[in-house]
Design a protein around this ligand. Structure first.
Ligand code: 13P
Ligand code: SF4
Length: 301
């Protein structure tokens, strides 16, 4: 039996669904019941009624699914698939800023640990960050842990003061402005779509900035045959499926998230068969950490 068929069989046997982020390899996306950006996956996690969720993504995504569904069992195909940016801030840093600015709202990108979420006021993803920050009553925002997404929000919401820390995504900051200018020179007719985790100078060159789902929708629905895509290559298969005629170019080659890459079909089979790598959370932290996630789901409506 091939691996895809085995996974379908195991899903039925174990009453499990597979949620996959766009950054995992195409074969893993193919075995998933739901594929999406991190906001869609957090939302869908609250709606599935299977007993088990297999999260083909990185740790903070599985953790968010578990926080929102404490009664369900959530498993990670690879226990070491983690987003380094999620660890680029901590509770000490938050508490220090809160002391200096008592009226601040701590807005935390979902790419963060449960402990950091537990000390934040609201979570956001790249697809709803601008909307949520705009609608918060606080004039001053402490946005963690992605300084680049924070800069992007600052530009879109100039009426607020946005304080950021120094977090970044190693994959997206590896795309430099020189790389982008070279790609534009090679493909002068291409439109540019970029993820807001890219640096400010790269984003200046973009025709569209948005989440992974936003990038897919933009490329599929925008007139033109050529697009430069400044994010992880995992978004390419969905675009090709929906708009097979479009030519897609990378800014650098390859554009991979090494942690997302750790998720393989063999590991999905293993986790389904052996129920390893289950997410467990400290109860006290979980009780607090779910609140900013729930607030995000409410405010993003
Ligand atoms: P999205 O929310 O756009 O899917 O992005 C998640 C992520 O980790 C980007 O690097
Ligand atoms: Fe984290 Fe960057 Fe990978 Fe996204 S692409 S999961 S931000 S390391």
């Amino acid at each position: 039996m091939d691996k895809q068929a085995r996974i379908q069989e195991l899903k039925r046997e174990k009453n499990a669904v597979i949620l996959a982020h766009y950054y995992v390899d195409e074969d893993v996306q193919q075995c998933a019941d739901y594929i999406g950006d991190s906001f869609y996956l957090a939302k869908i996690a609250t709606k599935v009624d299977a007993e088990r969720i297999i999260f083909a993504g990185v740790e903070f995504m599985g953790e968010s699914a578990k926080l929102l569904n404490p009664q369900k069992r959530v498993f990670m195909p690879d226990a070491t698939a983690d987003c380094p940016m999620a660890h680029m801030t901590d509770v000490e840093e938050i508490e220090k800023v809160r002391k200096e600015h008592p009226d601040i709202a701590v807005v935390c990108y979902v790419n963060s640990t449960a402990e950091v979420k537990a000390h934040s006021d609201v979570c956001v993803t790249s697809s709803n960050a601008v909307k949520i920050v705009k609608n918060l009553p606080n004039p001053t925002i402490y946005f963690i842990p992605d300084a680049n997404l924070g800069n992007f929000i600052r530009k879109q919401v100039p009426e607020k003061e946005i304080i950021t820390n120094r977090g970044f995504c190693p994959r997206h900051v590896a795309i430099t402005m020189d790389d982008m200018l070279r790609a534009k020179e090679m493909h002068p007719n291409a439109k540019v779509a970029a993820h807001p985790e890219c640096t400010e100078d790269v984003l200046k060159e973009a025709d569209y900035v948005g989440s992974t789902s936003g990038i897919i929708d933009y490329v599929v629905n925008t007139e033109g045959d050529e697009f430069i895509v400044a994010t992880v290559d995992g978004v390419f298969p969905k675009i090709k499926e929906q708009a097979p005629g479009k030519k897609l170019y990378r800014v650098i080659d390859p554009q991979v998230c090494v942690n997302m890459k750790k998720v393989t079909l063999d590991k999905v089979i293993d986790v389904l068969e052996n129920e390893t790598n289950e997410i467990t959370l400290d109860e006290e932290i979980a009780k607090k950490a779910v609140l900013p996630l729930e607030r995000m789901l409410e405010l993003a409506k």
